[in-house]
Design a protein around this ligand. Structure first.
Ligand SMILES: [Zn+2]
Length: 333
């Protein structure tokens, strides 16, 4: 078996039942001829069953998910599995190579590019190939994100809850099954991996971790536990998984409710100095932070538009007009 396959050559049965295949899928090349490839770890269970698809590295400066998929792969024994885990630890090689949110060769954000374009720029092609060749293989899909550079996020999991349907019910139960302590399910957003999964009828989840270019081992383990629980949820592994909602559970089905970049935006460019910390409880009207000008005068007070918990907070003070500062989610507590 060659260690690099074309998109046409790859399938879930390239490796025999009860084995693991580690290799690459060729997705293009650079002007000087360097190949660009997805790293792939395929655990095919001894017994047939469902398929869990997991990826990290949709953005290039988010590392916990990559480390978690590596750790899960080291723990799994395909002889003991009934079904398949298809893992792509780095979905956007151009972003991870550059260490940036966007692909470095076209400056496109993969999470705003779906469903992609077969003839488009590199990131658009990655989206197209993933949406058309990989996503349809899955019974359940999870995309592992983290806070990008200069932002802090309290670890949570989410899915789309635009409507009541069997798909949404499966997503909701799967999000609970992960055992993660905070669930924030929201209305859909275009361009994401999750919107491509939605269009394909594949139940899908996403996680966010503290990120900001860190890779805390405890945070990695939280994701490892979540993925192992999803393997039990799909009966790929034996065992039980959580079925009760965690204490911090909130749904907001309005379109784009989960678009963090829309929350508590700055009207002006300046330096945002927060008056709160991540995961603080805040009250409506409370000062979340101030935007200062270069002389140290306050240009804008950012006040909480609702009561709740600080789920996301701008850490790097530099803020441009229209950029978000803080996400507050009204968990019942
Ligand atoms: Zn991300």
């Amino acid at each position: 078996m060659p260690d690099t396959l074309s998109l046409d050559e790859f399938s879930l049965d390239i490796t025999p039942p009860g084995t693991c295949w580690k290799g690459w899928i060729h997705i293009g090349e650079l002007p000087a001829g360097e190949p660009v490839r997805w790293p792939v770890v395929l655990h095919r269970g001894k017994q047939p069953g469902k398929v869990l698809l997991a990826n990290a590295g949709t953005h290039g400066d988010e590392y916990e998910g990559i480390a978690a998929l590596h750790k899960v792969a080291r723990q799994l024994d395909p002889e003991a599995m009934s079904g398949t885990l298809l893992s792509i630890p780095i979905l956007s090689p151009p972003a991870v190579t550059g260490g940036h949110r966007n692909g470095i060769w076209d400056n496109r954000n993969l999470a705003r590019t779906f469903p992609g374009d077969a003839d488009g720029l590199f990131t658009e092609r990655i989206a197209y190939h993933f949406a058309t060749r990989i996503l349809p293989l899955a019974d359940l899909y999870i995309d592992l994100h983290a806070a990008g550079t200069g932002v802090g996020i309290q670890t949570f999991i989410g899915c789309r809850v635009d409507e009541e349907s069997d798909l949404v019910d499966t997503q909701r139960r799967a999000s609970i099954a992960t055992g993660m302590e905070i669930i924030w399910n929201t209305g859909g957003l275009p361009g994401r991996t999750l919107s491509a999964a939605w269009d394909a009828g594949v139940p899908a989840l996403y996680t966010e971790s503290p990120g900001n270019r860190t890779c805390d081992p405890d945070e990695v383990d939280t994701i490892v536990t979540a993925i192992m629980n999803l393997l039990r949820f799909l009966e790929i592994l034996p065992g039980s998984y959580p079925t009760e909602r965690p204490a911090f559970y909130f749904e907001d089905s309005r379109p784009a409710a989960g678009h963090m970049q829309d929350h508590h935006r700055s009207d002006v460019g300046g330096l945002f100095i927060p008056e709160v910390k991540l995961w603080d409880r805040v009250k409506e009207g409370q000062c979340l932070g101030n935007i200062y000008d270069p002389l140290g005068d306050v240009l804008q007070v950012i006040s909480a538009s609702l009561s709740g918990r600080v789920l996301t907070l701008r850490i790097c003070p530099r803020v441009m007009p229209g950029e978000f500062t803080t996400v507050v989610v009204p968990f019942a507590e």
